[in-house]
Design a protein around this ligand. Sequence first.
Ligand SMILES: [Zn+2]
Length: 550
Amino acid sequence: MNKLFGLTILTVMFFGAMPSSAQAQYTRQDSLRGSITPERIWWDLTYYHLDVNVDIDNKFISGKNEVHFKVLTPNEVMQIDLQPPMTIDKVLQNGKVLKVRHETNAHFIELTEMQREGAQMQLDIYYSGNPIEAKNAPWDGGIVWSKDKKGNPFVASACQGIGASVWWPCKDHSYDEPDSMLISATVPAELMDVSNGRLRKVDENGDGTKTYHWFVSNPINNYGVNINIGNYAHFSEQYEGEKGSLDMDYYVLKYNLKKAKKQFKQAVMTIEALEHWFGPYPFYEDGYKLVEAPYLGMEHQSSVTYGNGYSNGYKGRDLSSSGWGMKFDFIIVHESGHEWFANNITNIDVADMWIHESFTSYSENLFLDYHFGNKASSEYVIGTRLNIVNDEPIIVDYGVNQRGSIDIYYKGSNILHTLRQIVNDDEKWRQTLRGLNKEFYHQTVSTKQVENFISQQVGINLRSFFDQYLRDARIPVLEYFIKDNTLNARWTNCLTEFDMPLKIRSNGNEHWINPSTEWQALDLNDSIDSIQIDKNFYVGSMDVLGSQKN
Ligand SMILES: [Zn+2]
């Protein structure tokens, strides 16, 4: 989700930084967490039943996770992740206690015997501990133990980045997801737990606690799994969407009910706009929920968490400085946008996280485009360039749980906005975005798959475009001069093969030019004495001879 810093206004850095030559140092723990290790690759997750007891007074979690899996190739050692200070108390397979070798966050479980290819197996992992407390969720992660204004406990998990293994034992890598999941949370009887999917039943335990069982009938990514415990009120509505009637349920603190009924009208507006651009909401079976949480928000699958104070903007501010950012509630739109990009289409490696954040940041201006028109959308996305730093490439290193620069957000959305200009056919562009969600429905994918799909759909080879904007920190600059009423231009500050077409205006006429990295005199069939570059393209420009006459 969104990890925007306190949003210092950053200078637009057209020239950016050169690709970093300093290699980051990675540890064995980074590789164990971030790669598909031999102890992970041989088994395919099919189902989790996470069953947790939340002891709020002692900030203590205990329980078990049933891990169901299919054996892809015979093996007998399985890697499960759980971060200290949480501990694995015991692991059982067919009633037998298994040996476990611990290596900080990774735990290597020796199964009872060599697992037979094709077999469907199960392990029960018992665990407990005082999980890391999130001090500044969602920027850090762990469990938030707080109280609402009336003094009631208000508790939630948030673990993007740090990983789900901060609070429950799992295969903590995004490449593999269970096909479905049951989350059972035992909480004080006067409170309620809201997790993902649909509430299947509530057990009254007779000991001052209740157990809420939430079932998710679709694949779910690890960090999307959540618990939210509070003194909730509930209201709901139906949305007649592209795939039928969508259940939209809202859980908010009782004293915020009135404000929520007003502000959450934007939930339907969001689903309507994003279905138009991205295709059907990807989890009709599990419904859509907006759940108040004691922190800003997160894209928890089918239970989007909300803490934006029931006001528009991002914590009441406009991230674009264009005015348009105050026309919508940032958390409702952004976090719901992730249902398509993060939850439906999930990155296979953290290095590919731009797939989550760039498309979702882009969904903010698609929301504006749908409800307020094209001008609003352009002004917003261009305004968000203030947040771009161009410090390092959007994609850095694979296999080490390392995401790219903060630019996965607004440089990413500007890349997609630029691409929309290049495609120059909004319906084709919309069908491409919808096509992504259909082609990669409920899948974990790589950047290459996304790139290739887009290139194929729009019928343009975008290889150098994506290499430049995703794998290089520099922003291309159009160098030009006008001589004898002719425009001479080339791309610089870029890869040698970069050759993006560009829209310019001259004397009130619109022209497409096709510069390369070699100087060319461009025949525009027009007498040129000045040019304006279409500001929808995220590029720099420089009149090298100061030849422009305006
Ligand atoms: Zn986000």
